[in-house]
Design a protein around this ligand. Structure first.
Ligand code: NAD
Length: 551
């Protein structure tokens, strides 16, 4: 009988499958469910509300079994976390094709999704949960670090020293915020209603201290700010109560954002419900819970707008909290921008995005060797060098050792090919799984996040992630995924991912060169098409062909 149990990926070079491409998929699926990595592994939930790696334990067992016997010319098909077929393909084809949480447009809402989920027909795949390339909180850390650096550059003279950032949500992704703020020398005051989330971030060194009360948290924050000393402080409470309270106290907050799981109203704690009763209440009265959660989000967002009115830098951190507050009738919800148009889009125009890799050997030395290779490959890139050095010193690995860094068009393929050579010549002890978040430059349509306020108004055009998935299949990725709803919730996004395994063979080198060129190339062409000058000059300089510019 299959049921919850601790899962951990194998380490070392002994295979339990017929090749490294299959082995990588198996280890990354299992790594997503490692108790060190997943937020609620017994429920197969990896991060982001209810983002799962497999639909149920029976499906998980069937995927493991199938990957263990899958041949080099076969492909396993996964429909929302359940393996539904094995087809004969060829050695250039992906070993796994994944479609998660997709619904037809008119049916693409939480109510219908939950009805189908209750029937056991679907699961929520989030972005990297159901596509098996979640690497713990580090996965979002560099992006969060870059975002706070951009805030510092825009408004605070290039550093967050002497500033206080207020945020909430210290879960799988949100937990990166305190470390990203202190890496930029600032002070972070972080609210979470789950004391365990705070303890976990302290244990993993993402968060420095836990305050006893809101007053205590504010006192610690002000002292550290005055001493221009980086410090991150966690405080237990409901953000929908504490953020308005801080506003009423005229707390000297400089920056406000939020990463509670607001995209899913059943994962945001409403005011008046105890945290310990949250799961039961959400399961028993989902409609009532949703209404109350949205009302609370409206209070939370209203206070964020209040801080903006008082002069703070305020932005939505990609969790759809503005959309949910608007649904509750709060009319000024969209007064502050999303983080992508505010800080990230210029990077997307260059094909930059969250490139990541995991060492299948399980040995941190392999990551140290790849860190060194990155510094050798891109000696002129100072911010990359600063990041790699800081990450090496401060990032606690969760599960298989891994690294993330944002790389653009013309850089990712270089790094990938170098990594493959390092596997081939024995510098690394075992292959690497090279992938990325679905939150990338050309892989997502999400009008409240990655494609908010596009220059040509094409925010909701979802052809791009579909083309992205197809081009990665055609280019030789090891597994490719196409999801709906991740990050911002049902009906609000379509997005695709790929993972390509560097196993040291010449064939892997050929695949890597194509995938890691074409995948960020999608970001360049998507932004050229929308009329961004930076993307045009990148296409021009680096030879990305755009037929409509060739007249
Ligand atoms: P998670 O579910 O692991 O954590 C959410 C946290 O919010 C939990 O610890 C929970 O206790 C807390 N919380 C819920 N309601 C609260 C309330 N009222 N007051 C205080 N705390 C509350 O989710 P995650 O993986 O950390 O993701 C957080 C959000 O960010 C999601 O909406 C996700 O989709 C989004 N996200 C954003 C990005 C990005 O790049 N900006 C990337 C990934 C995910």
């Amino acid at each position: 009988m299959s049921g919850p149990r601790p899962v951990r990926a194998a380490r070392g070079t002994e295979l339990s499958t017929r090749g490294w491409q299959q082995e990588a998929a198996l280890r990354m699926l299992q790594n997503n469910l490692d108790p060190e990595v997943a937020e609620h592994p017994d429920k197969l939930v990896v991060y982001g509300g209810t983002g799962k790696a497999a639909r149920d334990w029976r499906s998980y067992d069937a995927m493991v079994r199938t990957l263990q016997t899958l041949k080099q010319d076969e492909t396993m098909l996964v429909q929302s976390g359940r393996p539904v077929g094995v087809m004969q393909t060829h050695e250039w084809a992906p070993r796994v094709l994944i479609a998660n949480s997709n619904l037809v447009g008119d049916w693409a809402n939480w109510e219908e999704f939950r009805r189908l989920e209750a029937l056991g027909l679907t699961m929520y795949g989030q972005m990297t949960a159901g596509s098996w390339i979640y690497i713990g909180t580090q996965g979002i850390l560099q992006g969060t670090y870059e975002t706070f650096s951009a805030v510092a550059a825009k408004k605070f003279g290039g550093t967050l020293a002497g500033t206080i950032t207020l945020t909430a949500g210290l879960g799988g992704m949100g937990g990166a915020q305190p470390l990203a703020v202190t890496m930029n020398d600032g002070v972070a005051l972080c609210i979470d209603c789950d004391p365990r989330a705070i303890d976990r971030r302290i244990e993993h060194r993402y968060l420095d201290v836990k305050a006893d009360s809101l007053d205590h948290a504010l006192q610690l924050a002000v002292e550290a700010r005055d001493a221009r000393r980086p410090l991150s402080i966690g405080v237990v409470g409901n953000a929908a109560e504490l953020v308005p309270q801080l506003l009423a106290m005229n707390a000297p907050i400089d920056i406000v954002t939020d990463q509670t799981s607001a995209h899913d109203p059943l994962a945001y704690l409403p005011v008046g419900i105890d945290f310990d009763d949250m799961a039961d209440y959400a399961a028993e009265k989902p409609a009532d819970f949703t209404t109350r959660a949205r009302e609370s989000m409206a209070r939370h967002v209203e206070a964020m707008v209040g801080f903006q009115d008082a002069g703070a830098e305020v932005f939505d951190y990609g969790n759809s909290i503005r959309g949910e507050a608007q649904l509750a009738g709060y009319t000024r919800a969209f007064d502050f921008p999303g983080f992508v148009p505010a800080y990230i889009r210029p990077l997307f125009c260059e094909g930059k995005g969250p490139f990541r890799w995991a060492a299948l050997s399980g040995d941190p030395k392999d990551i140290a060797a790849t860190d060194k290779a990155m510094l050798d490959l891109f000696p002129e890139n100072e911010s990359l060098a600063r990041w790699i050095k800081m990450a090496g010193e401060r990032v606690h690995f969760q599960g298989l050792p891994a690294r993330i860094c944002w790389l653009g068009y013309g850089e990712r393929d270089k790094a990938g090919e170098r990594f493959n050579e390092m596997v081939a010549d024995g510098t690394l002890q075992a292959p690497l799984a090279i992938g990325r978040d679905h939150l990338d430059c050309g892989s997502v349509a999400s009008p409240y996040r990655e494609t908010e306020a596009m220059l040509d108004g094409s925010d909701a055009i979802a052809d791009w992630p579909l083309l992205n998935a197809m081009v990665n299949v055609a280019s030789g990725a090891s597994w490719v995924s196409l999801h709906h709803g991740g990050g911002v919730g049902m009906g609000r996004s379509i997005h695709a991912g790929q993972v390509t395994v560097a196993d040291g063979t010449a064939l892997a080198g050929e695949k890597i060169r194509r995938v890691l060129t074409n995948d960020p190339g999608m970001g360049v062409i998507r932004h050229v098409d929308a009329g961004y000058d930076i993307a045009e000059s990148v296409a021009e300089d680096r030879g990305v062909r755009v037929p409509m510019r060739e007249e």
